[in-house]
Design a protein around this ligand. Structure first.
Ligand code: PEP
Length: 252
């Protein structure tokens, strides 16, 4: 499984150091040996470089992801951070289109598709989030909304695939109502979404699909057992390194 901790805007240098100390002390590498799990940590941009260096120095089997990148490739865009910038300081990919960005910063499906395209062109791994709101689910609109969010991604992936057949494509199904709410989507809902996304489009390369939304120590094993699920994207629970390590143990 691909296990991604989205730290959002919660961490500081001290907390990151404590986190890495815990991963080192508990020998994350040995915990992972014999499993096919891969770990990624996603700090805010300002910590990307230090975190990449520290992970390397400590020999931790951890990839670094950004939480977002600009929809512009480079140039006079004050305050923006490009894909090239994050790759330059050790990230290998970026979360894109998180519902908090769509909701609080008015990101559109077109913005997310453009960011995905820039990642694929630059050799960064896009981890594209999609998911319905509570109102959309209650109105029976879930699959329609999700198809609408995913369709532009299929388009840019198809284009990028023509130039490079080895592009990595990761999606994360994150129902908006499940994020930080303590209520996760049911296994059957997640399975329905995964098969809709995999079978409802003609992907040039099948995407790896993660789930995110109130994953915790109680539900992680049943979620991880889902056949077509490639990983988990976790916010609140994995701000705590001990819970993160317990989660990895639960999956080993
Ligand atoms: C997230 O915001 O990506 C997320 C999955 O958050 P949480 O685990 O807190 O629901």
């Amino acid at each position: 499984m691909f296990l991604v901790a989205n730290w959002k805007m919660n961490m500081t240098r001290d907390r990151i150091e404590t986190y890495l100390d815990a991963l080192e002390r508990e020998r994350l590498s040995s915990m992972l040996s014999g499993t096919r799990h891969q770990i990624a940590l996603a700090p805010t941009h300002v910590y990307l470089q230090d975190l990449s260096r520290e992970v390397l120095r400590r020999g931790l089997p951890v990839k670094i992801f950004a939480q977002d990148v600009s929809s512009r490739s480079e140039g006079a865009f004050t305050g923006e951070v490009s894909v090239r910038n994050v790759l330059d300081v050790g990230a290998v990919g970026s979360i894109l289109g998180h519902s908090e960005r769509r909701r609080y910063f008015q990101e559109t499906d077109a913005d997310v598709a453009r960011k995905t395209s820039l990642c694929l062109q630059a050799g960064a791994i896009p981890l594209v989030c999609f998911g319905e709101s509570r109102e959309e689910r209650d109105a029976g609109e879930t699959l329609r909304v999700l198809r609408h969010q995913v369709a532009p991604i299929v388009e840019v992936v198809t284009k990028a695939f023509r130039e490079n057949e080895n592009i990595p494509v990761y999606l994360a199904y994150e129902p908006v109502w499940a994020i930080g709410s303590g209520k996760n989507a049911s296994c059957s809902d997640i399975e329905e979404v995964i098969s809709t996304v995999l079978e409802g489009f003609s992907w040039p390369v099948p995407p790896c699909i993660l789930y995110g939304g109130s994953v915790n120590l109680e539900n992680i094993s049943s979620l991880a057992a889902l056949e077509n699920l490639a990983g988990l994207l976790v916010g609140s629970a994995w701000l705590d390194p001990e819970t993160f390590l317990d989660s990895v143990r639960a999956l080993s």
